[in-house]
Design a binder for this molecule. Structure first.
Ligand code: ZN
Length: 245
């Protein structure tokens, strides 16, 4: 994971107050005020939050990478526009049931949307949203989200590098960060297939590193480049070669 900066772009028109997303949010809030709690996937329109303008903007900001695993469109498959705070309901962990409603009022909120690959989004993160203190949870649009301290690293408002580091290809919580530990588990950052991909990427770099350290300019330039946030597995590269990036 790397920090994602949305501050330099405008919210896509479709998600604006006057756009379809803004109108749909008002309708969802009205449904809640009329007593609805059992929101279902069908109450939300993927045509709005997953609109091509939203996806293209997120892909641009995220350099084409999944917000969790830092892979670029794995297996050539399209990824999802993922809701950081789940829209229909949330789950604290595997031993707890899905609680409804979820964060229905954030279904079309740009700050809540990220591009994620299908494996990270559908096999791992799903509806998980544990908090450090459950009494601070925002159960409706009336509550203050800022009181919540989520135990999953927020790709925009947290700095993932404060919570997660890599030892070789394996993700570890940094300085015993609970947030890092929970994120690694719930986002599947040490999924075997993913760790294998990282190892494949890491091996030739381990061979190249001594050349860079001995002063080979081409190797040095290569490390400087691939350590940048826009590249594949960049946090792993920075953690493994802090002297070369
Ligand atoms: Zn992913």
């Amino acid at each position: 994971m790397v920090k994602i900066d949305k501050s330099k772009v405008n919210i896509p028109a479709i998600l604006g107050v006057e756009g379809k997303g803004g109108v749909a949010t008002k309708e969802l809030i009205e449904l809640y005020e009329n007593g609805k709690r059992d929101f279902k996937t069908t109450d939300f329109s993927s045509k709005i939050y997953g609109d091509k303008t939203v996806k293209a903007l997120l892909l641009g900001i995220q350099h084409g990478k999944c917000c969790f695993c830092e892979q670029k469109r794995p297996c050539g498959r399209e990824g999802d526009v993922e809701h950081f705070r789940p829209k229909t309901g949330f789950q604290i962990d595997n031993s707890n049931v899905l609680v409804k409603p979820g964060y229905y009022w954030l279904a079309y909120d740009f700050d809540n949307l990220f591009y994620a690959c299908k494996v990270c989004n559908q096999e791992y993160k799903k509806n998980f949203f544990p908090l450090a203190d459950e009494t601070k949870r925002a159960y409706s649009h009336h509550n203050d989200l800022r009181l919540e301290e989520c135990l999953i690293v927020h790709p925009e408002f947290d700095n993932p590098e404060d919570h997660i580091e890599f030892v070789a290809e394996i993700a570890k919580p940094k300085n015993n960060s609970l947030k890092g530990k929970t994120t690694i588990e719930l986002a599947g950052l040490n999924d075997n297939r993913l760790a294998d991909e990282r190892l494949k990427y890491l091996k030739p770099l381990l061979i190249l590193a001594p050349f860079a350290r001995e002063g080979n300019q081409e190797s040095q330039e290569h490390f400087k480049e691939i350590g940048k946030k826009e590249h594949l597995f960049s946090l792993m590269v920075r953690c493994n070669f802090p002297d070369l990036v």
